[in-house]
Design a protein around this ligand. Sequence first.
Ligand code: FCB
Length: 423
Amino acid sequence: MYDVFSLPEFAFPKGFLWGSATAGHQIEGNNTHSQCWAYEQSNPKIEASGMACNHYELYKDDIALIKELGHQAYRMSVEWSRIEPSEGKFNMEAVQHYLDELQLLKEAGLYVLVTLHHGAHPLWFEEQGAFSQLENLRYFERYLNFIVPKLSPFVDNWHTINEPNLGWPWSDERAITKANYMKFHARAYHLIKQYSKAPVSYSHAFVHYMPSRRYNPYDNLMTNLKDFLHHEWFFHAIRTGELLSLSANAEYVGELKDSVDYWGVNFYTRHMVDMRTNPADAPRIKHKELKMICKDFYLEEMFPEGLTANLERLADRPVYITENGCSCDDDRFRIVYIALHLSALRDAIDRGVDVRGYFYWSLMDNYEWESFIPRFGLVDVDFQTFKRTPKPSAWFYKDIIAQNGYSPEILRRYLHKLPTLAQ
Ligand code: FCB
């Protein structure tokens, strides 16, 4: 266990932005025209999103809550499948809903980051092959040309696509979709620029890959390969416009080069790589310092140092941490997690990385794609009554925001004893 009590005081640069992040499908409820909804209905093994947090109805209360918790910024997504539930038919009520929500956020004085694609999209788009077909770019463009100018007056920062780099083994078929994601992103980047002066990026899922057997050459090789496929391939694409391939010549996409104004980083954990298992995932180390997840949901483990190390790779542009958080039933883990990750973030700043802001994932407990079990929220949600109750970590985070930094005094207000791994 990290001795979090010995962490010294540290401050963040003036103007550093503090907020939280959510995504439409995970909190709004009844996102019935999305491919995610259809998948949930057809798969009895997973929990369905249903009403989620009922945020679509309760957004006014939630904005009041965001303010009460002292946040300065909020990251949200607008749901394409609500706005264009059937192909080419736009739902003006949904548009008005988002305009009302955004206006309220701005009236509350919040800096607003809007993600245009976060996991969910219309079922009709999915049925046409979604991102796997480059010709579907015309649907994305039509949608963006419709929605971006409407939202633009309220948006301070845009994300085109959330985590396009997740889950890409090297097979030709999937490599095409991976390249398409970048082409969709690049086109969206330039399209948004026609309507908005706000910065644009995408969110990169920055898992820290690490060899399970530190000195084993195969584990090291596989770690480097995973890092290349999931991370470096994308950074290289953005920096140069080149889409690299193992089986063909690199493709140069001019509009991709420099198509982020900053790096948007979602960082959670490390992932141990063991070449002896398929697909090279090592099991979690049993006595690992901090148990992240209430059930054995993920193989990943907390590793704040990975945040510092990986951010150093992104020192060529400003960085926003657009997601970072911990799923746990014992809220004390969250307090420890936040303290350690902010310390790692401060280290990255000291090493020359221009980090501009931090969005905790997530404002409230929500639907974690296939289940309601993981609880990432600063705010507890009762999924029967939809009652919201801030956890101690929410007040801890509020104090950090107010001080624009961390101190042992703040920690001691909320944490008296280190949490234990005992079941
Ligand atoms: C990220 C996703 C986000 C949420 C968190 C826990 O990978 O972007 O929607 O599921 O993980």
